[in-house]
Design a protein around this ligand. Structure first.
Ligand SMILES: *Cc1c(COP(=O)(O)O)cnc(C)c1O
Length: 411
């Protein structure tokens, strides 16, 4: 090749690289990606005035995270190298010994359990959950801490041992206990986090904390590991607004290494089906960077401002009362709670939620709306609950207008 041909080749390559870089930095600019597959598939786009609910796809990644995902999609890498580098980077940023990006918090619970069951027993990794020979196969838990995610632990072939009081807990450590499990947002159960960790450690049993939905505050990302929990799980797609199928498993290096040994991309593991692709690994790291650039005060001020704008728009509705509720542990951000005079506005909160769901645009209100048995926000059957934190810019006013329309029509 002559020099000029080489140069032409180089410039063509460089232009191509620049074009790729530009489309990577601004997803959606690439003509190939202008097809809206939701429209093509006939899937309804919603306004999420509910919150980070899994069935509503939880959250929207901020632009910097979307760009990082699009960029990562353009290059193959070695998956183990990426997994290791991402873990080391996150451990530094999140002030823990080690970290693993999992396929969501539920996957983190499975991998944490597998780590505790198989640690020091590499031969057991491919045998669990059907052959538990010689393995510790019990997980201790407070009776009030059971939840729908128990299955993620049970997948590893373990059984639960239930306790209610500290005295029972202290006596429950047989030689078969592999792990002590704590549900961070349980809000019930008489044994504190500190006692839970102290007693387990006196028996050399590691402790797991499921804090999936428990940021903000941002500092929770290190509060529980610093408190002594050996492993802590967070969902990546909830408050951190990472990819929905990503999560964080944080904790002690020895146990994170044991979790990695049970995880994808290694094929003969319990975690093989919980694949985290390069796009999600990079997206999760970018989401942590984004989340750590926020402040608790800034987020709270923004969500409060949205709530106030909606309430202000509705003040002519007969008997309208608005308040802001911040749940204590999970989803600890301002929610707008609205009540009104149902003798004059003849529509129940649940019917308002239905009207918004079936209207245009389609709006999903918080599932606590009109429910006595709530989803952690309020137990008021007469209340409309607006989860403002997952609204996109400008959507607060759209929600306010639709609420005004539906409520004023019923007067
Ligand atoms: C949402 C949630 C999970 C699961 O999180 P994913 O990231 O969706 O897997 C687990 N535990 C609790 C308490 C949760 O709220």
């Amino acid at each position: 090749m002559s020099f000029s041909a080489t140069r032409r080749h180089f410039f063509a390559w460089a232009q191509g690289a620049l074009a790729l870089g530009a489309s990577g930095a601004r997803p959606g600019r690439d003509p190939e990606s202008t097809v809206d597959y939701y429209d093509k598939l006939g899937v309804t786009k919603i306004i999420n005035a509910a919150g980070t609910y899994t069935v509503l796809t939880a959250s929207i990644m901020p632009p910097s995270v979307q760009a990082a995902v699009a960029q990562a999609a353009q290059h193959p890498v070695r998956l183990l190298e990426l997994q290791k580098a991402a873990g080391e980077y996150l451990a530094k940023r999140l002030q823990c010994e080690a970290a693993l990006i999992t396929a969501g918090a539920a996957s983190g619970l499975t991998l944490a359990t597998a780590a505790c069951v198989t640690r020091g027993r590499a031969d057991a990794i491919e045998k669990i959950p059907t052959d538990m020979t010689g393995l510790k196969n019990e997980v201790i838990v407070q009776k009030a801490h059971h939840n729908d995610y128990d299955h993620a632990l049970l997948n590893c072939g373990v059984h639960f041992v239930e306790v209610e009081t500290l005295a029972e807990y202290e006596k429950a450590f047989t030689g078969q206990i592999a792990m002590a499990h704590f549900f961070n947002a349980a809000g019930a159960g008489s044994i504190s986090r500190e006692d839970w960790v102290r007693v387990a450690h006196s028996h050399e049993v590691p402790c797991l904390n499921d804090a999936a939905a428990d940021v903000p505050p941002i500092s929770n990302l290190w509060n529980y590991t610093k408190m002594g929990f050996d492993l802590v799980v967070f969902s990546g797609g909830k408050g951190m607004r990472g990819p929905q199928n990503a999560g964080l498993l944080l904790g002690r290096k020895e146990l994170i290494d044991a979790a990695v040994a049970n995880a994808m991309p290694i094929s003969a593991t319990i975690g093989r089906g919980m694949k985290v692709a390069k796009e999600e690994i990079v997206g999760m790291v970018a989401a942590v960077d984004w989340f750590l650039s926020q402040t608790d005060e800034g987020m709270e001020a923004e969500f409060t401002a949205r709530a106030n704008r909606i309430a202000e728009h509705l003040k002519s509705i007969p008997g309208l009362q608005s308040r802001i509720v911040i749940p204590p542990v999970a989803n600890r951000i301002p929610h707008l709670v609205l009540t009104y005079d149902q003798n004059r506005v003849k529509i129940a909160p649940k019917a308002v939620a239905d009207a918004l769901r079936h209207g245009s645009p389609c709006i999903e209100l918080n599932p606590s709306t009109g429910r006595k048995h709530d989803h952690g926000v309020t137990g008021d059957e007469d209340a409309i609950v607006v989860g403002v934190w997952m609204l996109q810019p400008g959507e607060d006013i759209i929600v306010a207008k639709r609420l005004h329309e539906v409520l004023s029509k019923a007067t």
